[in-house]
Design a protein around this ligand. Structure first.
Ligand code: NAP
Ligand code: HSE
Length: 429
């Protein structure tokens, strides 16, 4: 009979408590599937007295996660505290240096230090796995590193932040204000400790940078992600987009081209009837285009206790079964540098402008767009009570972001555009 696999779990919040529950409630299933018992030796959190909704008295306790990571009775250190640096990084490094395997849900830490931690794992004969860090319960890391390992990946795209998708869909479907939708997401346990990581697009950018690394065999380049959060999206944009058959999503797109690594994580319009447009609430979707397999679409819960703990346990079970895959699907030293490149793929854009309601205003805007080589596909001016400005929507033909930016830079000089125009890419997926 194989020896039990002994876990040390640091972090007993939403995800950590979920992992403890699975290990306790599904012990027989885990043992049958992996051929060995999966046990918890000890745990760590900040507050020992907090009720976590799960019994902890059977386990050892460490106040210091580094002490937990290096205990003799811990085979796998499960890092579920969060934070790119601090205790999470210190304890992960300590575990790897001690030759212990590490499972983490911490995208911030990996986006900033993934390369060096992956190397540290290899140097010490350990594995470092992070399925739960990207797209919650969706097994996208496993799909890319294992099932799709025979493909050249052409593009990775998706909605990877449940909080943002929840907020955007609740604003659209229930007419909630941003604050109301945000509060609901918080109540469901979706939010990061620093909510700006979610709504600022940073969390989703972390995830995209990790997927890019595996997909393209490149070093993690989070700094190279063109980032924009959902703060610029108003209820007005959501309504106008819906009126034209679109929904607004925080969409990540990554491609490796001859010029470098293009990674964008920005609010985009997608057709309401498309799979991405239909994505509701905290659900995530990742779309992968491989040269052999064609297109793969994975959809599932992107956050929350059960889905995230499920992904953590997927990694734990791989280790229990003796499956040892490198962190980014190839040795860390073989990951290529990938300088960031601006996305150049042409796309249609949605523009919302407040124009002064006077003769010739529309003509001036059209002229500025035309001079930058941006062609108008459709436009609408909405009826308005305000006697001085009129809301105008323009959908352009395919154009580059740089041509559009050139036009936007000239808008102020027309003297007829009030407020900063809103410009969102339309992804015809
Ligand atoms: P959480 O609910 O805030 O829990 C964090 C836990 O870490 C708490 O139990 C906290 O202790 C503990 N902790 C913090 N600092 C510590 C320290 N210095 N020493 C020991 N323990 C410490 O966070 P979470 O939502 O479970 O997220 C955990 C990780 O999973 C993060 O990396 C997050 O990005 C990632 N993740 C979360 C989700 C999700 O849906 N929530 C989804 C995917 C990935 P106390 O409880 O005593 O304060
Ligand atoms: N805050 C994250 C989200 C949790 O909303 O997607 C899952 O990573």
């Amino acid at each position: 009979m194989s020896q039990p696999l002994r876990l040390g779990i640091a972090g007993l919040g939403t995800v950590g408590a979920g992992v403890v529950k699975i290990v306790r409630q599904k012990a027989a299933l885990l043992e049958t599937r992996s051929g060995r018992k999966v046990e918890i030796s000890a745990v760590s959190a900040r507050n020992r007295d907090k009720d976590r909704g799960v019994p902890l008295s059977d386990y050892g306790w460490e106040d210091d996660p580094v002490a937990l990571a290096t205990r003799d009775d811990v085979d796998v250190f499960v890092e579920l505290m969060g934070g790119s640096d601090g205790p999470a990084k210190a304890a992960t490094e300590a575990a790897l240096k001690a030759g212990k395997d590490v499972v983490t849900a911490n995208k911030a830490m990996l986006a900033h230090h993934g390369q060096e931690l992956a190397q540290l794992a290899e140097d010490n004969g350990a594995v470092l796995r992070f399925e739960a860090a990207v797209a919650g319960g969706i097994p996208i890391i496993k799909s890319l590193t294992e099932g799709l390992a025979g493909n050249e990946i052409e593009r990775v795209m998706g909605v990877m932040n449940g909080t943002c998708n929840y907020i955007l869909t609740r604003m659209e479907d229930a007419g909630l204000s941003y604050d109301e939708a945000f509060a609901e997401a918080d109540g469901l346990g979706y939010l990061e400790a620093d909510p700006n990581l979610d709504v600022g697009g940073i969390d989703a950018g972390h995830k995209l940078s990790l997927l890019s690394s595996i997909a393209f065999g490149t070093q993690v380049n989070f700094a190279g992600v063109e980032l924009e959060g959902i703060g610029c999206v108003s209820i007005e944009d959501i309504r106008q987009a819906a009126d034209m058959g679109y929904r607004i999503k925080l969409l990540g797109v990554a491609r490796l081209t001859g010029r470098g690594l293009e990674q964008t994580m920005t609010p985009c319009l997608v057709p309401a009837s498309s799979p991405l447009g239909q994505l509701q609430g905290g659900t995530n979707m990742v779309v992968v285009d491989g040269d052999q397999v064609g297109q793969i679409v994975l959809r599932g819960a992107g956050a929350g206790e059960g889905p995230t703990a499920s992904a953590v346990m997927g990694d734990v079970m791989d280790i229990a079964r003796g499956l040892r895959v490198t962190t980014f699907g190839q040795p860390a030293a073989t990951l290529k540098p990938a300088p960031a490149a601006k996305a150049t793929v042409a796309a249609p854009f949605y523009l919302r402008l407040n124009l002064q309601d006077k003769p010739g205003a529309m003509a001036k805007v059209a002229a500025v767009l035309g001079e930058a080589g941006v062609s108008i596909d459709r436009m609408r001016q909405y009826s308005h009570d305000d006697q001085t400005t009129a809301p105008v929507l323009i959908v352009t033909h395919k154009t580059t972001r740089s041509a559009l930016d050139e036009a936007l830079a000239q808008m102020g000089a027309t003297g007829v555009v009030s407020d900063d125009p809103v410009a969102l890419r339309i992804e015809e997926v």
